[in-house]
Design a protein around this ligand. Sequence first.
Ligand code: G3D
Ligand code: MG
Length: 201
Amino acid sequence: MYTLLSGFYKYLTQKDEYCILILGLDNAGKTTYLEAAKTKFTKNYRGMNPSKITTTVGLNIGQIDIQGIRMSFWDLGGQQELQSLWDKYYSESHAVIYVVDSNDRDRMHESKEVFDRMIANEYLSSVPLLVLANKQDLPDCMGVREIKPVFQEAGHLIGRRDCLVMPVSALTGEGVDEGIKWLVESIKRNSFARPPKTEDT
Ligand code: G3D
Ligand code: MG
């Protein structure tokens, strides 16, 4: 009887789990974005003060339960030495958030090159891509109209997967909800190609 009940309980509480990678150059705002998303979508979660966020060495993980699924975010360090570790995670991911510092014109080209290298990897060939033009709160930043064409140049590499370039400010939280909601829709739509992990809670 106990086994039956606990089995039923498991069935009711288990959630499909999807893994989302948060990538981009160092200083783009990946960790700040993850904190903002957790703050928006987790009850009683009080985000870290942005001034306390330090450079990510290795891996920073966060989870959000939303619309009946669990999203696990893996925020990987963006420094050049750490970029070589990204592809170890590709085959297990269900989506990628690529964060761009819209205020750093000097490194826009570098960011685009790293993006192109990433999307050319065969293990990411069907996963949805959300490109975030971050730091839109800064007055002199590049707008999404300017950034979009840069990243869409790689159209042939993007192929048929879902891809959206979206303006956001991880610091103020502006645009964070829209991005997460778009991701939920896209990963659910793509779950035939990339089925979720089934996780007990
Ligand atoms: P990373 O994880 O991609 O390396 P972080 O980046 O999240 O550590 O952020 C790097 C710096 O950018 C931090 O500033 C952070 O506060 C700032 N930042 C992140 N997102 C935004 C944003 O939307 N707007 C603005 N204005 N700044 C942002 P510091 O000064 O702590 O290095
Ligand atoms: Mg970081």
